[in-house]
Design a protein around this ligand. Structure first.
Ligand code: C2E
Ligand code: CA
Ligand code: CA
Length: 926
């Protein structure tokens, strides 16, 4: 038997005794009072009615006390007062039933006003008594309660008796089974004995119950110490617990709640007491709570509800309240004992989780990817629906073994894919991804991309891999098309230069693996421009297409044909034989290729030339091999039409020389061994110096000062040419600055520009900037450019740059005039100030030939009309100088006057006497 059940039973017994005792007591008090009431007439009491009154009193007072102690739903003690009222009613019943059972020799009249007062006073005082004992939660006032109860009994009785008037009537004979006044004493004595007996019985009963504990007094002492320890332990765990204990009455009204509630709910405890907590519950959750109420009125009932409670800041948090109905230890009332727990984080986390689960489910449905989940312990794969919708395997949605998947890999991809996967699993990777072909249900292959996340256990071993497989066939198709278009020529359908270079590199790798030579030939149509010009672009295009087709048919199947530029084709010939045989085979091919063909009924006779190179002899890399073949092609084209040249030793020497030049130029730049030398230009009319040309000289670490020819290739190299020009300009600007400062009148300094300079967008800025920095006016500088820059792709850049320089005051000289392809129209298009007639017209012999001087005369004449100054270069003899002056040439430059000198010697030259240009005088000073 549990302790609380023992207490509960004991309490019920006590209540019953209390009811009986107070019932008898009330009745006894009443009858004692009756003794004192003597109307002076024969009076008897009916025993039946007396029994009824005592029974009614006992029942009502027992009910009253029970009621008063069992319920505690509200803090104002309403039930306690009601219990008191029941006891009072017992009192009223005792008095008035007895009055009804009273027989007297006379007529009884009631003063109803006093009756009402007696009942009212009695009941009120009983209510007060009930309330004083049980109505207060914390305090009880048993003494005050008994006073109130006694006063209630007395006022009911005495006011009640005063309400009676008896008119004696001797005719009335009082008889029957009733007690006379004289018998009342005996009755009361009996009652007193009864009270004592009952009290004694109760005492004995109670003693028996508590005696059980007393028997084991020592045991109790030990147990209570243990109990205290347990209690302490319990309190600690309560303190540590985030659950708040609470006690509520049967209706759910909060009676007690742990102080932690204030922290958890952020509401003051008093706001939660009684039904206050209900007001804080979220409206949406209130109906759920209503289902729990009215609380079931039985022991052991449980409640478990979740609801949101409003915080002080107006926000809600989730709580879980669990409780069960138990009888109270102290008064046996049925109460709810429970705990309140903050489950907000939990609820929100699970809401977020279910949201993300839902999102995941939707995403699975929305995606075209077949999501897979492979458990490594069972080698089982679970697939998402897309394995059916995308790949056609409806059954696979139920899951497949791993082997099902690997069997469907394309045989050509299987080894690679499985190996990639194994590597990823073995090397600790967390990701794997691979592109491969996968067999669909309809037996066709889809290009798929599959990637997965590898989940590993604490030892790093893969336990699960989850990923997605996407059908990328469509994308692949588009990509392939795009790549094809980007890498193939639209006209002939042949690979373009970039793809061709890649294919060449691949072919060389294969050649390396198989130890075979790779041949490369470049073809260029001779005079193709003429075909375009004479027959039109449509015919030109058609001929190129025909040529391409023919080439593809002529070369072996293993060869790769590409279109590298306008009229240039390339052929890669893997596995060629050495020496003469290879040359013979391409000669044969070229002969067939150059056979005339008919286009739209029109015979077309176009011929191509070939340059060939062999790997690895003529170049180690694709780039080198292409360069060698291009050199061979150039050499072929310079000789004849439809010629074949293969790369040879001389060409190699040339290439090596060029490479050495670049190395030297780089070293000279890096070691600051570039110096400008200045060669004067002489005014043929006066013999005075009219300016200088700055010529590059560089110091070789072993051979000393060198002419620019030793690094000539650098003037054509993209980066070196610009660096050389910049260095020259900086040096020249510095020298000019010094001369200006020293008062040396150098007139004008010309600097040579190279074609590459015009490819840079910043050439004019760079040049003008250097002058500005040296504080030299731009009008003191001249820039010499060769005719080659005027033709071809560069023309637009050249025009813009020259105009910018010209506007800034820099004069422009056209160098080496007569050697290139420049037409005279260029003189109008570009801002040319000076024409430098190439030395090839002048210095071949001591006397300029009639033909040459005629050309010079024509040029000079033309220049004059255009207001362009003419300079003759390479003047070595006085005769040449006299001839040039005779045809009106303005200036002359050459060894006759001076070689180029250092900056330090420039002032001396200017101070020296003027030249006399005169056939007889011949260098005689004036
Ligand atoms: P260029 O611009 O035609 O320069 C004139 C060349 O003729 C110079 O050769 C000069 O020394 C040479 N020369 C002068 N008088 C005579 C003569 O009476 N007879 C003969 N046979 N030659 C004479 P250099 O200095 O060797 O320069 C050669 C070429 O190098 C220059 O030809 C020019 O094209 C280029 N060059 C020189 N310096 C530079 C430079 O700073 N930048 C660029 N881009 N090219 C330069
Ligand atoms: Ca020059
Ligand atoms: Ca020149």
């Amino acid at each position: 038997m549990t302790r609380s059940a023992t207490n509960g039973g004991r309490q019920r017994v006590w209540l019953a005794f209390a009811g009986i005792i107070s019932g008898i007591g009330i009745w006894g008090t009443h009858y004692t009072a009756m003794l004192g009431y003597s109307p002076g007439l024969p009076t008897r009491f009916d025993t039946g009615m007396a029994s009824l009154s005592i029974a009614a009193t006992i029942v009502l007072s027992t009910a009253g006390w029970t009621f008063a102690t069992s319920y505690r739903s509200d803090r104002w003690g309403g039930e306690a007062a009601l219990g008191g009222l029941l006891v009072g009613l017992g009192l009223v019943a005792a008095h008035y039933i007895d009055m009804l059972g009273m027989s007297v020799a006379g007529h009884i009249y009631f003063d109803f006003d006093l009756v009402a007062k007696s009942v009212g006073a009695g009941l009120t005082l009983c209510v007060l008594a009930g309330w004083l004992v049980y109505g207060q939660r914390m305090k009880r006032y048993p003494v005050l309660a008994s006073i109130a109860l006694s006063l209630g009994i007395l006022s009911l009785h005495f006011i009640g008796m005063a309400a009676i008037r008896i008119l004696p009537d001797p005719t009335i004979i009082v008889t029957g089974s009733a007690l006379g006044i004289e018998q009342l004493g005996g009755v009361v004595v009996t009652i007193a004995v009864a009270i004592l007996s009952v009290g004694f019985a109760v005492a004995v009963y109670d003693r028996r119950l508590s005696g059980q504990s007393r028997l084991g007094a020592e045991r109790l002492a030990t147990s209570s110490a243990a109990l205290r320890a347990i209690e302490e332990h319990y309190r600690f765990s309560i303190d540590a617990n985030t659950q708040v204990p609470w006690v509520a009455d049967a209706t759910g009204a909060m009676i007690e709640i742990g102080p932690l509630a204030e922290v958890l709910t952020d509401m003051p405890i008093r706001a939660l007491m009684g039904n206050g907590w209900r007001a804080c519950v979220h409206d949406d959750d209130a109906p759920g709570l209503a289902a729990n109420s009215p609380f079931e009125w039985r022991e052991g009932a449980v409640i478990d509800s979740r609801y949101r409670i409003r915080q002080r800041n107006g926000k809600f948090r989730w709580f879980r309240s669990r409780g069960s109905a138990r009888r109270s230890l102290d008064d046996g009332r049925l109460l709810w004992y429970g705990t309140l727990e903050d489950i907000d984080d939990q609820v929100r986390a699970s809401a977020a989780l279910s949201l993300s689960e839902q999102r995941y489910r939707l995403a699975l449905q929305a995606t075209d990817e077949a999501i897979w989940d492979w458990r490594h312990d069972t080698d089982w794969i679970d697939w998402s629906e897309a394995v059916g919708s995308q790949l056609g395997y409806l059954q696979a949605q139920a899951g497949t073994p791993l082997s099902w998947w690997s069997e469907r890999l394309h045989p050509d991809d299987r080894t690679r894919v499985v190996q990639e996967l194994d590597t990823a699993l073995a090397d600790g990777s967390t990701r794997w991804g691979s592109e491969f072909r996968f067999r669909k249900a309809d037996d066709t292959y889809a290009d798929v991309y599959s990637r997965g996340q590898i989940v590993r256990d604490d030892d790093g071993l893969p336990v699960r891999t989850v990923g997605a497989m996407l059908d990328i066939s469509e994308r692949k198709h588009v990509e392939n098309n795009l790549r094809w278009t980007a890498t193939h020529d639209a006209l002939t359908g042949l690979p373009t230069r970039s793809l061709f270079s890649e294919q060449l590199a691949e072919a060389l790798t294969v050649g390396g693996d198989t130890d075979e030579r790779v041949g490369l030939i470049l073809l260029d149509v001779d005079d193709f421009k003429m075909v375009n010009d004479t027959l039109g672009y449509a015919v030109g295009d058609a001929s190129l297409r025909l040529l391409g087709d023919r080439l593809v048919k002529l070369v072996p199947a293993s060869a790769i044909v590409g279109r590298l530029g306008g009229d240039e084709f390339g052929v890669i010939l893997p596995g060629i034989s050495a020496g003469e045989a290879w040359l013979a085979s391409i000669a044969q091919m070229l002969a067939e290729l150059n056979a005339p063909f008919v286009l739209d009924g029109q015979p077309i006779n176009i011929k191509a030339s070939i340059g060939g190179a062999v790997w690895p002899l003529d170049g180690a890399t694709a780039e080198e091999l292409l360069k060698s073949a291009a050199i061979a092609l150039n050499s072929a084209k310079s000789e004849d039409r439809a010629a074949i040249r293969t790369f040879n030793g001389d060409m190699r020497v040339m290439i090596e020389t060029q490479a050495a030049m670049l190395t030297q130029a780089r070293a000279a730049l890096e070691n600051d061994r570039i110096v400008p030398y200045y060669q004067p230009k002489i005014d043929l009319a006066t013999g005075a110096i009219a300016g200088f040309e700055a010529l590059l000289r560089w110091n070789h670490q072993a051979y000393g000062l060198q002419p620019p020819s030793g690094i000539a290739a650098a003037f054509e190299d993209m980066s070196l040419a610009a660096r050389l020009t910049d260095r020259m300009i900086d040096c020249v600007a510095r020298d000019m600055h010094n001369w200006l400062a020293a008062g040396v009148n150098f007139h004008k300094i010309a600097v040579n520009g190279s074609a590459v300079d015009f490819l840079r967008g910043d050439f004019s800025d760079r040049l003008l900037g250097a002058l500005h920095k040296a504080d030299v006016p731009p009008s003191l500088l001249e820039i010499e450019v060769t005719e080659s820059v005027f033709v071809g792709r560069l023309a637009k850049h050249v025009e813009r740059t020259l105009n910018a320089l010209s506007e800034a005051g820099v004069t422009i000289a056209l160098d080496d005039f007569g050697t290139g392809y420049a037409s005279l129209s260029h003189l109008r298009q570009f801002p040319v100030d000076v024409l430098k007639i190439d030395k090839s017209f002048v210095h071949k012999a001591a006397h300029i030939s009639d033909d040459d001087i005629a050309i010079v005369r024509a040029v000079v004449g033309l220049a004059k009309t255009l207001k362009i100054t003419t300079v003759a270069e390479g003047v070595e003899t006085m005769e040449q100088a006299v001839q040039l002056r005779a045809v009106g040439c303005d200036l002359a430059q050459g060894y006759l006057f001076n070689r180029a000198v250092t900056a330090a010697k420039v002032a001396g030259l200017l101070d020296a006497p003027r030249f006399v240009v005169d056939r007889e005088a011949c260098q005689v000073l004036c």
